[in-house]
Ligand binder design. Structure first.
Ligand SMILES: [Zn+2]
Length: 239
């Protein structure tokens, strides 16, 4: 009988762990606060977002592609590299792009104290503001991982959490042709979509090459590129 109860307890614990893990990775569910994976609109507007960095090595190519296409994007930056690369951060800001907060380090923020979570977010805001950036700063958790503590801190800070609905899994496949990556991305976009791309590291070569193709392909379908805060404004919710 005792063994039976141990078995039941074990199964219940396992189920709770699996459910917790699924929740923490969900792009559409958050335990507290506002989480936006996409905005419900009928117009063909789309937000292009870039995660991580910034890196001095690869930011210029991204900015160049955006400038040539005259497109505004949103960069979710980590506070530590942003503070270590002030010139790179400044170049993104000067080019007129929106900056988002992607936490201080690129750690999973699932098992974290409220104090540490808040400090990382505040420090990253300060690093972004040090560049002279005065636009809105939404938050995106590293790996999309959130669960209870972080969403609670964000809701107390009245911060909107922005994830994505179009993730072409562009990381780490150096051999993928840019055309295939662009086609896969374009096929997933709907009005109000938020695209996530990872162009900041050496592993992002295909991504960087795909940026002009994604922009041209979506523009050919009548899409207009807007920043995340412009997209959120169309929903009428407070930032
Ligand atoms: Zn990231």
């Amino acid at each position: 009988m005792k063994n039976f109860f141990l078995l039941v307890a074990g199964v219940a614990l396992l189920a709770a762990l699996i459910a917790g893990r699924a929740l923490s990775k969900s792009e559409t569910y958050q335990t507290f606060g506002t989480l936006v994976p996409r905005v419900e609109v009928s117009e063909r507007v789309v937000a292009l977002t870039f995660d991580d960095g910034p890196t001095a090595r690869h930011t210029p190519a991204v900015l160049d592609a955006l400038s040539k296409a005259d497109v505004t994007a949103t960069f979710y930056l980590n506070g530590q590299p942003a503070s270590q690369e002030p010139e790179t951060l400044k170049a993104i800001v000067t080019a007129g792009h929106e900056i988002g907060n992607h936490a201080w380090h690129h750690d999973r923020l699932v098992l974290i104290t409220p104090w540490r979570a808040r400090r990382g977010i505040t420090q990253t805001d300060a690093a972004i503001r040090a560049s002279g950036y005065d636009g809105p700063i939404t938050f995106r958790p590293p790996y999309g991982a959130k669960l209870v503590v972080l969403p609670w801190v964000l809701s107390r800070m009245e911060r909107v959490t922005v994830t994505w609905d179009v993730a072409p899994e562009d990381w780490g496949n150096l051999d993928e042709p840019a055309g295939a990556l662009a086609a896969r991305t374009i096929a997933q976009v709907r009005p109000g979509s938020i695209i996530i791309l990872h162009p900041m590291f050496d592993s992002g070569a295909s991504t960087r090459a795909a940026i002009p193709l994604i922009i041209a392909g979506l523009q050919a379908e009548g899409y207009i590129f807007v920043s995340v805060s412009e997209l959120l404004a169309r929903r009428g919710d407070p930032m």
